[in-house]
Design a protein around this ligand. Structure first.
Ligand SMILES: Nc1ncnc2c1ncn2[C@@H]1O[C@H](COP(=O)(O)OP(=O)(O)OP(=O)(O)O)[C@@H](O)[C@H]1O
Ligand SMILES: [Mg+2]
Length: 341
């Protein structure tokens, strides 16, 4: 059987920001927030993108959406390279990729009622829903995201935080997208509300065949929704694979450290869970360490890690890849010679 084509394919993406200094604010160098990142998302699939603050997750999202310019690499959406489209072509495609981000208050105009917040998207993108069907469609969307359609005339402040995030999801769905990028979409919510929104996203994925790029700094959040997970560190993709492979046989020390940081809800069932505490700060992406970018915080680091950058290498036939010189080393035989920067 022929395998389906990816909905989104990011190839060797580089996004850089200029560093300006001196009296005249001249560009003196650049920070590569995203450095040769590649991944694919298939229709109906959810991919989790995780990593600590500043590793470049939002920059990946913003570049896909055309809000930042790619320095090099390509972003194929349904086979079209988004980095080569004109503004007009990009506008026509943009409705297929919607963004839901952390702060519903920043994305919802407080002076607009829910009905207007949703119908505004159809005003800006004519031809999706005929005006006479607006009320019916608003009610349908509100029901779809678990809101009472009778509150269509309420303002955002009349809803709870979780409900406001549901309004943002309804607005995103109004344009009938194929891909939704969730950038820390549940991070600001209480854990119980987080679970409700994640369940909603999962139901929508099943019922509407949606694909997600789900960005989070928290691996336990992506575990619920995402069948594939990619881990970033300092602008680089360091591990990617099926959820089971990432959680059960992580190959990169950084992924192991992130996993060990997930609180253990039933410590009596797994009392010997190794806890790996990462020491040191994340280096500046403007001056990344030579070789492996993680080596300054890695308990397995050896001389080669200082000299040679590890490339993403397959660890199994299911697409589990990691970028580490010593993925298979046992913890006990780790080489405790952490080289300086
Ligand atoms: N507009 C910009 N100008 C200069 N540098 C930027 C800009 N946007 C992001 N950066 C830098 O790029 C790097 C990646 O930032 P990004 O926001 O993508 O990280 P992130 O993984 O989304 O972090 P967080 O989890 O905190 O949201 C950071 O070092 C950040 O300072
Ligand atoms: Mg971010």
């Amino acid at each position: 059987m022929e395998s389906p084509s990816p909905l989104l394919e990011v190839r060797e993406l580089v996004t850089a920001f200029p560093i300006k200094s001196g009296l005249f604010r001249r560009t003196t160098s650049e920070v590569q927030a995203v450095s040769k990142v590649s991944f694919k998302i298939y229709p109906g699939e959810a991919m989790g993108l995780v990593g600590e603050s500043g590793c470049g997750k939002s920059t990946v999202a913003r570049t896909i959406l055309g809000l930042e310019k790619a320095k090099s690499g390509s972003i194929f959406f349904e086979g079209k390279d988004l980095t080569k489209l004109s503004n007009k072509e990009m506008r026509a495609l943009r409705k297929d990729i919607q963004l839901v981000f952390q702060d519903p208050d920043a994305s919802l105009n407080p002076r607009m009622r829910v009905r207007e917040l949703i119908t505004e998207t159809w005003l800006v993108n004519p031809g999706i829903v005929e005006k006479e069907d607006w009320d019916k469609e608003v009610a349908k969307l509100m029901r779809l995201v678990g809101l009472n359609p009778n509150s269509a005339h309420h303002y955002p402040h009349q809803f709870s935080g979780g409900q406001r995030q549901r309004i943002c999801i309804a607005r995103a769905l109004a344009l009938r997208p194929k891909l939704i990028i969730c950038d820390e979409a549940v991070s600001a919510l209480d854990v119980s509300v987080q679970a409700q929104i994640l369940n909603l996203l999962q139901d929508l994925q099943q019922n509407l065949g949606l694909a997600y790029l789900f960005i989070s700094h928290d691996l336990s959040v992506v575990r619920h929704l995402c069948n594939r997970i990619s881990v970033m560190y300092l602008g680089k993709m360091i591990e990617t694979g099926d959820r089971e492979d990432i959680f059960e046989t992580p190959a990169h020390p950084y992924t192991k450290a992130l996993l060990s940081a997930i609180p253990n809800p039933k410590p009596w069932l797994n009392p010997n869970k190794d806890e790996i505490i990462l020491e040191g700060d994340i280096p500046s992406p403007a001056r990344p360490p030579s070789g492996c970018r993680f080596r300054t915080r890695c308990w397995k680091a050896h001389e080669i890690c200082k000299i040679e950058e590890p490339i993403l290498t397959p660890r199994n036939p299911n697409g589990h890849c990691s970028a580490c010189h010593f993925p298979m080393l046992q913890e006990s035989s780790a080489l405790h010679t952490v080289p300086g920067p």
